[in-house]
Design a protein around this ligand. Sequence first.
Ligand SMILES: Cc1cc2nc3c(=O)[nH]c(=O)nc-3n(C[C@H](O)[C@H](O)[C@H](O)COP(=O)(O)OP(=O)(O)OC[C@H]3O[C@@H](n4cnc5c(N)ncnc54)[C@H](O)[C@@H]3O)c2cc1C
Length: 469
Amino acid sequence: MKTDVLIIGGGPAGAASAMFLIEQGIKPVILEAHEFPRYHIGESMTGAAGQVVRELGLEAEMFRAGHPVKHGITFYGPNGTSSWFVPVAARDQQGQLCAQTAWQVRRSSFDKMLLDAAVARGATLLRGKALTPIVQDGVVRGAQVRMQDGGVQSIHSEMLLDCSGQGTWLANQGGVTGPKYLGAYDKQIAIFSQVSGAICDQGSTPDMQKGNTLLFYRSKYHWAWFIPLDDETVSVGVVLPAAYFRSKGESKRDFLLRELHELNPELKRRLPEIKLVEDVHAIPNYSHQVKNFGGKGFLCVGDAHRFIDPIFSFGMAGALREAQFAAPAVAAYLGGAGRDLANPFARHQLFCEKGIDIMEDVIDTFWEYPVAFGFCVQDRYPDLMVDMFAGRVYEHEGQPSAVLHAFRDLLRRREERERAYLEPNMDSYSIPIGSRYHPERAAIWEADASTGLTEAWMRMNVAEAPAMA
Ligand SMILES: Cc1cc2nc3c(=O)[nH]c(=O)nc-3n(C[C@H](O)[C@H](O)[C@H](O)COP(=O)(O)OP(=O)(O)OC[C@H]3O[C@@H](n4cnc5c(N)ncnc54)[C@H](O)[C@@H]3O)c2cc1C
């Protein structure tokens, strides 16, 4: 089989890439290992993610599907009495903040809706699992694929988009992308499920809306989320150091149930009885970065090359926006642009990295300097922080905002960032602080692998594709 563009993975990055490519006149093939709908984590949208959904023309469909409307995030301090609220807001044509909303999504139905929309617009969906890339003379030319019926097929492409999420399919093959590094938050573990009967807000002001995200802080790297998914169901999860989880010696379920009542008094109040209505899932080691994620005939989009930390729900915003940015770059490449360059996607790659670096700086400042961070949100830069929480980070490429400068100064990484972006060697812009690569972290990954945590996660995400084993 031959196609101009082969997309590996039909999650938000893959489906949105397909729809944006179709707008460019390119009809791709999407290869997805799982039958949709399937469970997936990542349920709260930032303003930027909601905006991409609107630009894809899916707003009416989102309301029709009844996804809860999110007006903002309330963040509770450790005692559960102090809190701050950040609204979802957009920027109007004059650059002024204006009221806007996003959605909370049950990912099984949202991802299916996106994938169905991509197919309805002209993408071809194949059920199967990518095995190995086809590489000829240093150019990626497609993939060997195990199809749903068990047969192995070659799909040849001019361009391959790896949208395989945390499975980081292409990076795991070795030799095509640069190396995959672990981020600082790889020591964390997230344990989560869904509950019924939780107490949601019921007010009329934006900060008291039922569909808002609630975050609960206990201590550094120890927090919980509360994300309403419909009138009955709330997604709840706790995130903390994996070593703490192991030290408790509890099953995932017992651990989650206890933590939900111990982590923060306000969270306990909202869960008078904990009725789980979904399996308990766990994800360790989610923080990673793939170097040189674009090249001749290939590009990684979304989690397939980088994910930092779930605290501010940046994941889908990054995946959807990268999909939007990738489409014109891919169209240009198919039209012949950059074929003579060592990396035809170097500019796109750096642009994406700069955006995610901003997300990283926001997250790192929150963990390292929570008091200063809270001051920036509430007093010093409330409007600029609304942009940050919305995930409007790519807009700052040419001119970092005052709050970003402040964060980088606190983190002592302003000069490194600026110097690194001037450095044409893409492998040299890693900064050895924050969530960047530390060689010694490789040992932690090994340790988690030996406890089965990493293995379990890889199984859940990649190898477990039904009927493909
Ligand atoms: C604990 C946690 C909480 C999170 N909470 C949020 C949140 O509230 N909001 C938010 O925006 N983000 C959140 N995220 C991040 C979010 O889940 C991801 O950023 C988002 O799903 C990325 O989309 P994607 O399309 O890149 O990858 P995915 O959504 O993972 O999609 C990848 C797809 O590729 C398929 N695939 C993988 N390998 C292959 C293969 N070899 N062949 C064929 N198909 C393959 C998979 O089956 C999957 O369907 C969270 C992440 C974690 C870890």
